[in-house]
Design a protein around this ligand. Structure first.
Ligand code: C2E
Ligand code: MG
Ligand code: MG
Ligand code: MG
Length: 290
């Protein structure tokens, strides 16, 4: 629809403009097809890797967990960020095998760290919309947990508001089944999806991750301060843990501490890193183990 609108606007502005838009769209479509075509091969040839970004507890600034973030190391194009290929994987349905690979890789990683002598931390994995709709998702996750021997309490799933809003009753059943398995559930990018906390409380979730768009101007934009502060108070009154995403500055850390935010994730403390680098991180930082 946006493309149509742009095209219409371009047309009404004359032919030159029209060509500019058309060419840009053709380029996008080409990039789209090239990447999309490579995706199947990339899954077969394991061109993906999980990176890990630490989650820090604000009360004592110890690391309490990590979020697993996928990276595609394309043989010609180099590292491709998930924002550029997850939508393609969704469209083509390849998100299902890819999503399963992510969960298995994260669980194997937990076991690997354990075998190396590190006490376990909690790792969270992102789910995408189509993956969440998959009927045998809960069975698949259970199968991977059994196969890898990971204690489910160390696996967290990050969902988005739009996933929960898609299909009411079935969604709640699915979430309860995950809870029965012993997993933790959190809402990612909170604040971007038009759902209220009151609505979200219908779902058996344990944590909210405040989207980084609200954190960016913390201390500068009074509205953002108010939104973040109120979200934290409300989340706590509903017994939800709050994680702030995209924290880049000490001033943001201090404000979030004052607002009693539980955990933060962001470049200020650490960027997402390879599993190898994460070992070094665990060696040199205070880790909180249950
Ligand atoms: P997300 O789940 O909200 O992850 C947080 C994103 O913010 C990550 O981008 C992370 O690198 C970035 N980030 C963290 N701290 C900062 C900061 O201080 N400043 C800034 N500017 N950015 C920060 P990334 O890794 O590029 O991932 C983008 C999105 O792709 C994720 O957003 C998630 O929605 C999706 N994604 C990543 N991995 C997977 C996956 O395995 N499966 C699915 N379905 N989606 C994934
Ligand atoms: Mg996430
Ligand atoms: Mg997020
Ligand atoms: Mg996201």
């Amino acid at each position: 629809k946006n493309a149509d609108a742009a095209m219409y606007q371009a047309k009404s502005m004359g032919h030159n403009m029209y060509f500019v838009y058309e060419n840009r769209m053709a380029e996008n479509i080409n990039a789209h097809l090239t990447l999309g075509g490579g995706l199947r091969k990339a899954i077969d040839e394991e061109e993906f890797e999980l990176y890990y970004q630490p989650k820090i507890r604000l009360s004592d600034e110890t690391t309490v967990g990590a979020e697993a973030l996928i990276r595609w190391f394309h043989p010609e194009l180099g590292m491709i960020s998930p924002d550029n290929f997850i939508p393609l994987a969704e469209e083509s349905g390849l998100i299902l095998p890819l999503g399963e690979w992510v969960i298995r890789r994260a669980c194997r990683q937990l076991q690997e760290w354990r075998e190396l002598g590190y006490p376990p931390i909690c790792v969270s994995v992102n789910l995408s919309g189509r993956q969440f709709m998959q009927t045998n998702l809960v069975d698949m996750v259970k199968q991977v947990l059994d196969e890898t021997g990971v204690d489910p309490k160390y696996l967290e799933l990050e969902l988005t508001e739009s996933m929960l809003m898609a299909d009411g009753q079935q969604t709640i059943v699915k979430l309860h089944n995950f809870r029965k398995l012993g997993l933790t559930l959190s809402i990612d990018d909170f604040g971007t999806g038009y759902s209220s906390l009151a609505y979200l409380k219908k779902f058996p979730i344990q944590a909210l991750k405040i989207d980084r768009s609200f954190i960016k101007d913390l201390g500068v934009n009074c509205d953002d301060n108010a939104i973040v502060k109120a979200s934290i108070v409300m989340a706590h009154s509903l017994n939800l843990k709050v994680v702030a995403e995209g924290v880049e500055k000490r001033s943001q850390v201090d404000i979030l501490k004052e607002y009693k935010c539980d955990e933060i994730q962001g470049y200020y403390f650490a960027k997402p890193m390879s599993s190898q680098d994460f070992l070094g991180y665990m060696d040199s930082h205070t880790m909180f183990y249950e």
